[in-house]
Write a new protein. Structure first.
Lengths: 158, 158
């Protein structure tokens, strides 16, 4: 979308094309109630909206779900490629001043990988379908990875 | 490394080649004290080892660090490509039985993206160098993303 993108005051785009060095295979996609217009800005907002979503895992990868259970906490990585990848300094609407892309959770980043911690509400292993409590991703967003959430690793010691 | 890889009993490799659908640009790399032989198995172990590490951000991407400060908590995504990507059921040494790849934090996964929550100990913005408290990645691991860690998003409600 970079061609159609107009930076806001204070925003900076990279002055060089990105060179690509590794490849991603999508393991499935997210089915959600959200479009670009109404998608929650972060997963805390998504949880407040109270709309469950579904992960659909491609047949090739379904064996990888073994051991996941109802009630588990998962870390999801997903590919949010509707934003420019070359915006290195940004002015989100909720801020008074621009700041670096790596100081923001914006989907506009060199590698547009979103991360969300979610709860498993239901599973249908044969269909490769996992129902989760909430997600801040639009319907059809490609899924990159599923990991078990581990508080001992994923929370910082006080 | 898939060609040289020998599965353990109970492990399953995909029976089809992975098709790639998106591209990653590395934003820099991790400098750590770890090799494949002695790397901690997870970031909780890495924190116990008490060895700081450094992030080196490529010049093109350094403007994206603006706003990051000493003491900040960051989520890092990094590319752990020394493991097979087609292992869909695995038998880690710490387990009694094999389980699905998406039920494990193993680097062997379709998209070998590791995730670690770290603390910023020091920054040299001009040099693109961030010193962090710990990391479970070998020296030279490519860096994919840096995000601010946000407990309201990244911890699950009880």
């Amino acid at each position: 979308m970079t061609d159609r993108f107009t930076p806001r005051p204070g925003e900076v785009q990279l002055d060089a094309p990105l060179s690509m060095q590794a490849e991603i295979t999508f393991i499935g996609h997210i089915e959600s109630d959200w479009s670009l217009e109404d998608c929650p800005k972060n997963i805390a907002q998504a949880r407040e909206a109270g709309k469950p979503a579904h992960l659909h895992i491609a047949p090739l990868f379904r064996a990888g779900l073994e051991g996941i259970s109802q009630g588990d906490a998962l870390v999801l990585l997903y590919w949010m490629d509707r934003a420019p990848r070359d915006l290195i300094r940004q002015m989100p609407r909720h801020r008074d001043s621009a700041t670096g892309t790596f100081n923001l959770r914006s989907p506009a980043r060199p590698n547009p990988i979103g991360m969300g911690v979610v709860r498993v509400l239901a599973l249908d292993m044969a269909a490769g379908r996992i129902t989760i409590d909430a997600i801040d991703a639009i319907d059809g967003t490609p899924l990159v990875d599923i990991k078990p959430h581990m508080p001992r690793a994923d929370h910082l010691p006080a």
